[in-house]
Design a protein around this ligand. Structure first.
Ligand SMILES: Cc1cc2nc3c(=O)[nH]c(=O)nc-3n(C[C@H](O)[C@H](O)[C@H](O)COP(=O)(O)O)c2cc1C
Length: 325
């Protein structure tokens, strides 16, 4: 069966610099979802959000912008704004689990208020011709919440609903709840996309076998942890290319270079790269202790040395593995 792989938005990670670097060195992602835009009380888009979705910063990528809001005016304003930039679709974030957001009735905190969601969709539908899609959790407290909401969503022409099969209260802990994802499939006529914990080719294949009706799969942290993953899923192989470390190294250097130009001061640049390494290191399990040196690095050259050691170690291991086959 043919299927699409989608890059799930990760605020602070999958910005346009990451997306462009990914697209230069890796394959397998059909569409990228931009991290959310959030307005701060005023109908105005902050420059950082704008920069992230400007078409000239996303050349050659298929991108869908996302909004996080509980306000119809904000939604309609942002819809018009992204349409002016040439986008046809706006994704609505009903998934963010962080208390700062959910306590304000946004992200997954809005799921338990179907009336508010209904009002917003009603107005968006009447006042805008944007294509709406949704990305959500199964609830905030309980996965019953989505079952209350789905019948309301049936009233609207929603392109797709991507479901991260956890409740907001779980944050990113615990298992994804595949039974509740199945209940969603059984309870809606809308097109559902699956999201949550696709971290390996084997895991993808298990999920694809369990949900044969799903043909859109969203991967978030798995792409940062291992940017080869989408391409390997598409080719159904767990084998890395022989030049794995060289490709990864060039990708890494592109990120480092782009963030060095965007951020000021070694500590900010190292901090940014360190956040990536918290994920990268999971696909280099033999070099886990290399993360310590990255965390200790106070200068770019110390940082580069620490990265060089990890990659040298992995290169040597790969050579030994290949020559022993
Ligand atoms: C650091 C971080 C930032 C995230 N930012 C967003 C975001 O901007 N919009 C969104 O819809 N989801 C966001 N998510 C959720 C992911 O897109 C995804 O739904 C979640 O991580 C589960 O998928 P995964 O297991 O493939 O990572 C974020 C998750 C993390 C860990």
């Amino acid at each position: 069966m043919t299927f699409k792989l989608l890059s799930s938005p990760l605020q602070g990670f999958t910005d346009f610099r990451f997306r462009n670097a990914f697209n230069k060195y890796f394959r397998g992602i059909d569409t990228f979802y931009a991290p959310y835009i959030r307005l701060s009380g005023k109908l105005k888009i902050k420059p950082a959000y704008e920069r992230d979705i400007l078409p000239e910063n996303n050349a050659g990528l298929k991108l869908i912008p996302q909004i996080m809001t509980k306000d119809a005016d904000e939604f309609i304003y942002t819809a018009k704004y992204v349409q002016k930039l040439g986008y046809k679709e706006l994704n609505w974030n009903l998934g963010c689990p962080f208390p700062m957001v959910t306590k304000r009735g946004m992200g997954s905190g809005l799921i338990k208020d179907p009336a508010a969601i209904n009002n917003i969709l009603n107005r968006v539908n009447a006042e805008s011709d944007i294509i709406v899609s949704i990305k959500m959790r199964t609830g905030y407290e309980s996965s019953e919440e989505i079952l209350q909401l789905l019948p309301i969503l049936e009233r609207y022409p929603i392109k797709s609903i991507a479901i991260h099969a956890r409740v907001g209260r779980q944050l990113y802990k615990g298992k994804v709840d595949l039974d509740s994802f199945q209940r969603c499939i059984d309870s809606t006529g809308h097109k559902l996309y699956y999201n949550g914990d696709i971290t390996s080719v084997a895991r993808f294949n298990e999920l694809a076998a369990r949900f044969p009706m799903i043909d859109h799969w969203m991967i978030g942290r798995g792409i940062i942890a291992d940017p080869f993953l989408p391409g390997m899923i598409k080719s159904d192989t767990s084998e890395y290319p022989e030049n794995r470390i060289e490709v990864f190294s060039k990708f890494h250097d592109t990120l480092l270079n782009d963030y060095s130009q965007a951020l000021s001061g070694a500590s900010h640049i190292i901090m940014k790269m360190r956040q990536f390494w918290e994920y990268f290191i999971t696909s280099f399990p033999n070099s886990r202790n290399g993360l310590r040196n990255i965390k200790r690095a106070k200068s770019i050259s110390a940082y580069e040395d620490a990265v060089g050691k990890i990659l040298d170690n992995e290169r040597t291991r790969n050579q030994v593995k290949r020559s022993s086959h």
